[in-house]
Design a protein around this ligand. Structure first.
Ligand code: FES
Length: 144
């Protein structure tokens, strides 16, 4: 017997990247760097966001210093709440590193620990901009 599901319960299909010709599922991810510059890239499903930043050579200063070994927090990314709520649970080591991260928010995660899935297609992740703001404040105070 064939089981049918209403259309609204079917998972969203990933985009197929037209530019590289590979047959793997591609997920469109928008990255916003420290300067507010947006880069939109297709990421292969199953890759981490750190892998994506490195492979696509995105302009994110100092990102992924420990290469995904959970020994830094330079891959800190802020997620949209609707996406964050669906991410896999954080492990204790990630929570420890997040505690050290600049600009921590309630939707912060480490990019090396988040694997891209089809349902994330079209999401935007942001690098915290507080570091720049803090420097700006210090420079403003020191010039007084
Ligand atoms: S790259 Fe260092 S914790 Fe993610």
């Amino acid at each position: 017997m064939m089981v049918t599901r209403p259309l609204h319960t079917l998972p969203k299909l990933c985009s197929q990247s037209p530019q590289n010709g590979s047959s793997g599922s591609k997920v469109l991810v928008h990255f916003v760097n420290q300067s507010g510059m947006k880069s939109s890239v297709f990421v292969t499903e199953g890759e981490s966001l750190l892998d994506a930043v490195i492979k696509k050579n995105l302009d994110i200063s100092g990102f992924g210093a420990c290469e995904g070994t959970l020994a830094c927090s330079t891959c800190h990314l802020i997620f949209e709440e609707s996406v964050y709520d669906k991410l896999e649970q954080t492990v204790d080591e990630e929570i420890d590193m997040l505690d050290l991260a600049y600009g921590l928010t309630k939707t912060s995660r480490l990019g090396c620990q988040v694997t891209v899935n089809c349902w994330m297609d079209g999401m935007t992740v942001c690098v915290p901009q507080e570091i720049k703001d803090q420097r700006g404040k210090q420079e403003a105070q020191s010039s007084k």
